[in-house]
Design a protein around this ligand. Structure first.
Ligand SMILES: [Zn+2]
Length: 122
C-alpha cells in the first residue's frame, strides 16, 4: 500500500461485522453510489459519484494476496478501500484520523448496502 500511495501514513484493517458480511454477499466488488456520505472520502465533493470497493478472495499466503491487490491497484484509480472475502476491510489515509473517518463512513455505507441486499434478496 505504501508503494502505491506515497502520501499514505496510516492503514487500518478492521475485522468489522459489516465488512465481513458484505464481502460474502457480493461477488468481486461492492459499488457505493449516490450516497451523501461518500463525501467523507478524499477528493469526493458530491454524492453524484460511484465508488467501487473490490473484494479479493482470502489467501493465507500473504505474498500472493498482496500481489493480487497490487495488480488491481496498478490498473485502477480512485481506490479507497478493499475487502478480503470473509475476513475484513483495508482502508488508508494520510493520518490515523483520516483513515478512521474513511472507516466510519465505509462501515455505515456497508450497513446501507446490507439492508438493501436483505430487501432485494428476501
Ligand atoms: Zn485480518
Amino acid at each position: 500500500m505504501y508503494q502505491h500511495f506515497p502520501d499514505v501514513r496510516a492503514i487500518l484493517h478492521p475485522h468489522s461485522l459489516n465488512a465481513t458480511l458484505i464481502s460474502k454477499c457480493f461477488d468481486g466488488a461492492v459499488t457505493l453510489e449516490n450516497y451523501e456520505l461518500l463525501k467523507a472520502l478524499p477528493g469526493i465533493d458530491t454524492h453524484e459519484c460511484k465508488v467501487i470497493i473490490p473484494i479479493f478472495e482470502n489467501d493465507q499466503t500473504i505474498s500472493r494476496l498482496a500481489a493480487c491487490v497490487s495488480r488491481y491497484l496498478d490498473h485502477n484509480r480512485g481506490v479507497y478501500a478493499y475487502l478480503i472475502a470473509g475476513h475484513g476491510l483495508y482502508t488508508w489515509g494520510a493520518s490515523v484520523q483520516d483513515s478512521l473517518r474513511y472507516l466510519e463512513a465505509l462501515v455505515f455505507l456497508f450497513e446501507c448496502e446490507l439492508r438493501l441486499y436483505r430487501v432485494n434478496n428476501p
